[in-house]
Structure formats: structure tokens, C-alpha cells
Write a protein that binds this ligand. Structure first.
Ligand code: TRP
Length: 460
């Protein structure tokens, strides 16, 4: 298991201490400059961390195919908090990703008692329609339901052999009283995340999963399970270079040259190594040190930068030999926008956020009441200026409504210098939000009768 730990992103000061989250979870910080065409979302620091994003970025550079997967809980109303993931999905799609959307109807049934038919209804009306309005491309988007995709459920079951109840107790806090449907839900999510790599769903390619950090336990579990199934491990070698090592497990012994009595069959092991050497030579490494008996191969000339290319080769070889060949998913983590009332955004607290279909006057009331970074009196404000880090209206402009970087910087400067008052920045936010919500509404209208364009055949 990668670094363990659970987090409630809202429970404490933890929620905004991103450096600590990165550290505690063993995430990587996002190096914005390394991204091609970072887009508004990334430029503004909305994505603060990732796992293996470089694998996906490499695909963008080389034109290799890659996918993005997201999941939605079909309950409640869609609000701005939910849109942060979709903005990322759209960005990845613009960079060439195919898009898979999991409707977590089984999870909603297990954890919230939402019936499958209710879940379907909510998913289509409330979420998929808004995803369409936010600009996802129907030609490259496949929405499916957990309950109607047997491949996902089959993976949930078969990959369940790679974990156990103790691990689930540690990760999710399950105990003897835990409802079994609830216990099964994380494995279904593992199935969601892994299945786009199956041949019938696009085949072996990197898959990136943009999430809030509360979902990271699922990503860690999935990555850990995928790694456990791999027949060939690619590791950094102490003396420099990389080492390939066979992972002998139930079900691959004869393929990897281990006989029925558990001993190495040197003839068939040597054949495995011939295959390996061919694959490795194929990508330009002819100088290797094979140790068939120990099941290892050193590649002194390879560097960590070659790791994912070599791993991809190994996974496709594993598939040819009968294994699953699963690449651990990549992931990105976005910051949480503050709730308008100062606590978390939540469907159950309508004043805390703006819903995708809030009427303009409702939005206006919420913004007017939102926490401000202004000074108590106009005089003090003119003297000290406003604090954008506390100002909800500014943050909503930054995260959602003001797409023009120059305009946003101008607003920041005006506010910090005290020229722009708290009431005025709220009005600016209201104006931008009005345009944004009206546009979205208009596009929802255009898609209303065509939501089916986004559905996979098994979701129709
Ligand atoms: N568990 C997620 C949530 O609570 C929903 C979900 C299900 C999901 N499957 C997924 C998210 C796969 C990302 C990827 O919102």
C-alpha cells in the first residue's frame, strides 16, 4: 500500500493545508510549467497535486492515446464544487483524452439508499445534462451505470482477491456492523477506474482520474491492487538504471517458467527472457543483464524517465501471455473552493454554494451574504485594502466565473489597493456569475433532448 491515511477534507485546518496533504499522502506537487497548454484550471493553481500525471502528459506530447475517467454520485443537485472535476475532464478531453463517466448508482444505493431508478433519473437530469452544458464532447464521452456494466462488477470481484477485510478496516474504517453493500462499493470503484484499460473499453493506455483529495484512498487502493497483479515489476536499480523482476503469483507460474513443484524450469524461463529481451531491445536497450534463474533483468542504460515506456511494453507482453496487464491509474487533486458561508460546500446546505440551476436572484442573494475579505469600514478599506484570500466573491471569480487572467489580476489589484470595495467586488462576481449561469442554462436547453448522445450503449 502506498502511504496510508484518511482525511476528511473539511474536518479541520487540514482542509487548506495543501502542502501537508501532499506530504502526508505521498502525492506529487503539480509543476504547472511542465504542462502543455495548462488552461485556466491549472494556471490558477486549482489542481495542486497528482500521482503519475507525467505519464499522461507524455501522451499529450507524443500523441499516444490516453483516457480520463470520472465518477458521479447520483444524489442531490449538481453545484459548483462538482463542476471543478468536469472542467478538468473537459481540459483533458481537449488534450486528446477519451472520456468515461461512471454513474455510481450502486454506491449511491449502498451508501445513501438511493434506488437504482432514482439514481438513473438524477444522473441524467442533474449531472449528465450539466456535463453536456459545460462542454464535454459527446463523440468522445461514454457515460455508463455501475449497475449495468458487468465488466466493472467482474473486476470488482476478481480484483477483490488482492485485498482483504483488514485492509478495508484500515482504509475505510469498516467494522463488524458495516453493511455489506457498503463494503463492496470501494471494489466497484476499483472496477470503474481500471476497466477502461480492458480491450473492449479501449485497451491498454494511461487513465487519469481527477478527484477531490477525499477520494484518494480509492486511488491508492486501485494503484496498489493493479501493481499486485503485474507479472513484471520495473524498479529503480541502486547502481543506476532499471531492473525488471518477475512477479510469480497464483495463475502465472507455468507462463513464467515455474513448474508444478514450484521449481524454476530453466528451459521455459529462458524462453520468457528471450521474449523480454526482444521487447526491451525493441525500445532501444540492447545492453541488458539477464538472470533468468532469479527472474531479474538489469537495464543499466535506462533511467527513471524510461520507466513508463518500459512498463507499457511489459504490460502488453503480460497481456499477450494471458495476464491482465493493468497500469496503475494516474490522478489529479483539486483544491476545494470555500463554501459561501465559510464552511464546506454541500448540497444539504443550499446557502453554502451555487447550484448549476440556481435562479439569478437566488445566486445574487447568496453572493451578497457571502464571507468577504473587506475591512469593517470604507475608510479602513480604502487604507488597508481587501484580503482576496478570505473573499468568497474573489475566489468564485478566480475558480469559476472570470476566465480572463488579465481581468482577474486587475480585480485583485484594485481590491488589494482598496480602490474596489467589498460590495463592488460582490457586484462584479454577481455580474460574471449571471452571464455564466445564463449561458449554462441556454446550453442545457440545447442538450435537453439529446442527453442520450453521451450514453454508452449499455446505458441506453
Ligand atoms: N466515490 C465517488 C464519490 O463519492 C464516486 C465514484 C464512483 C468515483 N466511482 C468513481 C469517482 C470512479 C471517481 C472515479 O463521489
Amino acid at each position: 500500500m502506498e502511504k496510508a491515511g484518511r482525511i476528511d477534507p473539511w474536518s479541520s485546518e487540514q482542509s487548506t493545508d495543501y502542502a501537508r496533504i501532499v506530504n502526508q499522502f505521498g502525492l506529487s506537487s503539480v509543476d504547472i510549467d511542465s504542462l502543455p497548454n495548462p488552461g485556466m484550471l491549472h494556471r490558477r493553481g486549482i489542481v495542486f497535486a497528482h500521482r503519475d500525471l507525467d505519464v499522461v502528459v507524455d501522451c499529450m506530447g507524443s500523441g499516444d492515446s490516453f483516457g480520463v475517467l470520472t465518477g458521479l454520485m447520483p444524489s442531490g443537485r449538481m453545484h459548483l464544487g462538482h463542476s471543478m472535476v468536469i472542467e478538468q475532464v473537459r481540459w483533458f478531453q481537449e488534450q486528446g483524452a477519451d472520456v468515461t463517466v461512471a454513474v455510481a448508482d450502486l454506491e449511491a444505493l449502498a451508501t445513501r439508499g438511493t434506488s437504482l431508478s432514482e439514481g438513473r433519473e438524477t444522473a441524467l437530469r442533474e449531472y449528465v445534462l450539466n456535463y453536456a452544458a459545460l462542454g464535454l464532447d459527446p463523440d468522445d464521452t461514454n457515460v455508463y451505470f455501475q449497475s449495468s456494466r458487468p465488466a466493472v462488477q467482474r473486476l470488482a470481484f476478481t480484483l477483490g482477491r488482492r485485498t482483504n477485510l483488514s485492509e478495508f478496516e484500515a482504509i475505510y474504517g469498516f467494522n463488524g456492523e458495516s453493511n455489506l453493500a457498503h463494503v463492496q462499493a470501494p471494489m466497484v470503484q476499483v472496477g470503474d477506474i481500471v476497466h477502461p484499460q480492458m480491450e473492449e473499453y479501449g485497451g491498454l493506455r494511461p487513465i487519469v482520474v481527477p478527484v477531490g483529495v477525499d477520494q484518494d484512498p480509492h486511488l491508492r487502493l486501485t494503484r496498489d491492487i493493479a501493481q499486485k497483479t503485474n507479472w513484471f515489476n520495473v524498479k529503480q536499480r541502486k547502481a543506476g538504471g532499471l531492473t525488471l523482476a518477475l512477479s510469480i503469483q497464483d495463475g502465472n507460474q507455468s507462463e513464467l517458467g515455474v513448474n508444478d513443484s514450484g521449481k524454476v524450469d530453466i528451459n521455459s524461463r529462458t524462453k520468457v527472457f528471450t521474449l523480454l529481451e526482444n521487447e526491451i531491445r525493441d525500445i532501444g536497450f540492447s545492453d541488458v543483464n539477464s538472470n533468468p534463474k532469479h527472474g531479474t533483468m538489469e537495464i543499466p542504460g535506462a533511467t527513471i524517465a524510461d520507466r513508463s515506456r518500459i512498463l507499457m511494453k511489459m504490460l502488453s507482453l503480460e497481456r499477450k501471455m494471458g495476464g491482465m496487464g493493468l497500469l496503475p491509474p494516474s490522478s489529479t487533486y483539486h483544491r476545494f473552493a470555500v463554501g459561501m458561508t465559510g464552511d464546506k460546500m454541500s448540497s444539504s446546505k443550499p446557502e453554502s454554494t451555487i447550484f448549476m440551476d440556481d435562479p439569478i436572484d437566488v445566486m445574487e442573494r447568496k453572493v451578497k451574504r457571502a464571507i468577504s475579505g473587506g475591512q469593517p469600514t470604507v475608510e479602513e478599506h480604502r487604507r488597508h485594502g481587501g484580503d482576496v484570500s478570505k473573499d468568497v466573491a474573489f475566489q468564485y471569480l478566480q475558480y469559476f466565473f472570470e476566465e480572463d487572467d488579465g481581468a482577474l489580476e486587475e480585480i485583485r489589484k484594485e481590491y488589494e489597493s482598496g480602490r474596489l470595495l467589498a460590495g463592488e467586488i460582490k457586484q462584479t462576481c454577481i455580474d460574471s456569475a449571471t452571464e455564466w449561469l445564463n449561458n449554462l442554462k441556454e446550453r442545457r436547453g440545447q442538450w435537453e433532448d439529446r442527453v442520450n448522445d453521451f450514453l454508452a450503449p449499455d446505458a441506453l
